[in-house]
Design a protein around this ligand. Structure first.
Ligand code: SF4
Ligand code: SF4
Length: 393
């Protein structure tokens, strides 16, 4: 079959059937669908996604970083799947209409009650007029759209929890969508799906939409409104520097020898051990990079991180490390369980012989353990992840 015939078999122009199925296999792994029909189910859901759902995307108190992330090219390209295939009826930054026409598009789609609602940006509840679109405040817009939508997804930490805009003293009363709806909005049982991180990740968003279509229901959420299938592990759990943590090998200051050897950044303030997010797996910029490649995690996916986790470059006190067993006194707001878990993990790793003689990233030991779906991608000859022949450092 030649390329043109393959293209014609795909619902997605420019994406061959073969590439499309590869994309489906990756997504099936991310959302936890297994078995012989997994790829077919995801393919059907994506084709369904391409034909039916209308999406309205609101931008409130934000920086547009989440949308920019969505537009980053990747092959197979989730932005292509989302922007070219679903009916994105309203997105102020990328839609062609402006002014009255744009507003009409929003109103018509919302009133059809046949759409998914994606929100990027925080809601201004203290000074509602600080965030208005077409004469309506963010509070009015989001309450109306939420009540008519088939589902609401908050992409990025601003829409989920307020993010930087909500940092003290929070002059505009910035809040996440769910928090606003359940309190000032008066909808006490409001449920939104939170997909935090800063910026929010396009693959997370696509995975959530596909999950809903494949399973016919919303994903199970944790107590912070995040899908468990994406946010149940810490950054630390899947970090590529984890072997060095287990081995007690830490960067002591930026630019030192450990820094050049890509040792663990815990002592430089890394918040990976207390941050629940799939950052090491669903990365950014065409899957090229993620924050810990360059510096410590600052915990941007956690509610209130700006106030709770600063100063960002100071060591998080009380986390048990192999070479630094100190009393557990981790920040109360984030709970003690993580620290205990890390201590327990260190014990298990010691029992497995991962500590003491050179960690999994050392020359003697080879690559660090990776999650299954990461392994699958790494086996792909086109893969550019570190560790593959074509990969970076
Ligand atoms: S979550 Fe981050 S990237 Fe997204 S809009 Fe907010 S500040 Fe910008
Ligand atoms: S402390 Fe940070 S850099 Fe070190 S292993 Fe954990 S997440 Fe990675």
């Amino acid at each position: 079959m030649n390329r043109r015939e393959e293209d014609e078999m795909s619902v997605f122009p420019g994406l061959t059937r073969r590439d499309f199925l590869k994309c489906c296999a990756t997504l099936a792994s991310v959302i936890g669908v297994a078995g012989p029909m997994a790829v077919t189910s995801v393919a059907e859901a994506l084709e369904d996604l391409a034909r039916r759902p209308q999406v309205v995307w609101s931008l409130f108190q934000e920086c547009l970083g989440c949308s920019v992330n969505l537009l980053q090219a990747r092959k197979p390209d989730p932005a292509q799947l989302i922007l070219q295939q679903i009916s994105l009826n309203y997105h102020e930054a990328v839609m062609a209409p402006a002014g009255f026409q744009a507003d009409k598009s929003f109103t018509d789609t919302v009133n059809s009650r046949d759409f998914y609602y994606i929100v990027e940006g925080a809601i201004a509840t203290g000074i509602p007029e600080a965030m208005t679109v077409a004469g309506r405040t963010s509070m009015e817009i989001v309450k109306d759209a939420y009540q008519k939508a088939k589902g609401t997804i908050c992409i990025g930490s601003c829409a989920c929890y307020g993010n930087i805009q909500a940092a003290a003293p929070n002059p505009t009363g910035a809040k996440g969508v769910g928090d606003y709806l359940r309190n000032e909005g008066g909808i006490s049982n409001a449920v939104v799906i939170n997909s935090p991180r800063c910026p929010g990740n396009a693959e997370d968003t696509l995975a959530i939409l596909v999950y809903i279509l494949v399973n016919g229901k919303l994903p199970e959420l944790d107590d912070k409104g995040r899908p468990k299938f994406l946010f149940s592990q810490t950054v630390h759990d899947n970090c590529e520097r984890r072997g060095h943590f287990d081995n007690g090998e830490f960067v002591e200051q930026f630019g030192d020898e450990g820094s050049r050897d890509r040792w663990c950044l815990y002592k430089m303030g890394c918040k990976g051990p207390v941050t629940y997010a799939p950052c090491p797996i669903n990365r950014w910029n065409g899957d090229i990079s993620w924050p810990v490649k360059a510096g410590p995690c600052i915990g941007c996916s956690e509610p209130g991180f700006w106030d709770k986790l600063t100063p960002f470059y100071s060591k998080e006190s009380g986390i048990r490390t192999p070479g630094d067993i100190s009393p557990v006194a981790i920040g109360e707001a984030l709970g003690i369980a993580t620290a205990i878990g890390i201590g327990a993990h260190a014990v298990v790793q010691t029992a497995r012989g991962r500590m003491g003689k050179g960690g999994p990233l050392s020359k003697e030991r080879g690559p660090v353990d990776q999650p299954d779906h990461w392994k699958k991608q790494s086996e792909d000859p086109d893969d550019t992840k570190p560790g593959s022949e074509k990969g970076g450092s």
